[in-house]
Design a protein around this ligand. Structure first.
Ligand code: G4P
Length: 287
């Protein structure tokens, strides 16, 4: 579900998260492992301030494992704990309470030294729409809690969900807006389906993806669509369109007169890419 973000929405979303921050000890910032920076909120540091935080890279099942490793290193250099998970299958999800404990270790140790019994760590999940917040909440809770596609502005009573004996999670996630200033960010989000095609032209989105994959994942492209001719100059649009046409031909997207139906070819290509048919692909790399 795509949310239309207006300045008023952003202010409201930000205020809602800042209210929730008062209740919690640690933030779980959920991003998409395939496009880590593009799936972050541009003002996240300012919004979270000094609150302890971990970056959780979801949908790692769809991302290129080598590139994911590079991203983990990238965030480590930035001084932030980041690790991949797959909220769908549950891979890596157990690390979340463990990392929360590590992040709060000093505070917990101080409480113990004073003879206090530390209470459960309180956590909040934040992230842009479609990144998998509801799926992760349900996975951590071990049951169906949040309605997928939660929208800002829809308020309901907040509740704490127990995650084991040492962590509690707010049942409503913080929803943030993605970056808008860079057109490539929009394309990357659209490639994954986080932004619907009606917002950006489907052929433009497919063009962006075909160009990126021809550059970095040619063997997978060639095998899936029986492609013979790799573009020589990736900045030459004609060569990218030739690849799109070859994909269309392979998938039978032919119009009367033998012309290739590029729109149909684009839709099919994006559908197969999102479904993981081309293998594990990342569309943003740190270096
Ligand atoms: P949100 O609350 O952040 O908006 O996201 P939500 O949990 O609704 O997840 C958005 C989509 O991403 C859902 O797919 C969900 O199944 C999928 N998803 C979440 N986590 C993962 C993951 O780790 N790996 C993969 N491959 N997919 C994940 P959908 O198409 O909207 O719904 P459905 O296919 O589950 O019916």
């Amino acid at each position: 579900m795509t949310i239309q973000w207006f300045p008023g929405h952003m202010t409201k979303a930000r205020r809602q998260i800042q209210e929730k921050l008062k209740l919690i000890d640690v933030v779980i910032e959920l991003i998409d492992a395939r496009l880590p920076l593009s799936s972050r909120n541009p003002m996240i540091d300012e919004i979270l301030q000094e609150k302890p935080r971990m970056i959780v890279m979801n949908k790692a099942d769809l991302a290129d494992p080598e590139v994911t490793k590079q991203w983990v290193e990238y965030f480590k250099k930035e001084g932030v704990t980041a690790f991949p998970i797959d909220a769908y299958s549950g891979y890596g999800v157990k690390d979340i309470p463990n990392q929360a404990k590590l992040l709060l270790k000093e505070k917990i140790d101080r409480q113990i030294a004073k003879g206090m019994n530390p209470r459960a760590i309180r956590a909040l999940i934040v992230g842009i729409p479609n990144v998998g917040k509801s799926t992760l909440i349900n996975r951590l809770a071990g049951r169906n809690i949040a309605a997928t596609g939660d929208r800002p502005g829809v308020t309901k009573g907040q509740q704490w969900i127990k995650v084991g004996s040492e962590m509690e999670l707010l049942d409503t996630p913080g929803i943030l807006w993605p970056k808008f200033e860079d057109q490539n960010v929009g394309y990357r989000l659209a490639v994954t389906g986080a932004i619907k095609e009606e917002i950006l032209n489907v052929e433009d989105v497919a063009f962006f993806a075909v160009k990126y994959l021809s550059q970095y994942y040619w063997p997978q492209m060639a095998e899936r669509f029986d492609l013979q001719k790799r573009p020589q100059d990736f900045e030459n649009p004609d060569e990218i369109v030739e690849v799109m046409e070859a994909i269309g031909r392979k998938r039978g997207c032919i119009m009367s007169g033998g012309r290739i139906d590029l729109e149909k070819a684009s839709l099919i290509f994006l559908r197969e890419l999102r479904a993981g048919k081309l293998g594990r692909i990342s569309i943003e790399a740190p270096y």
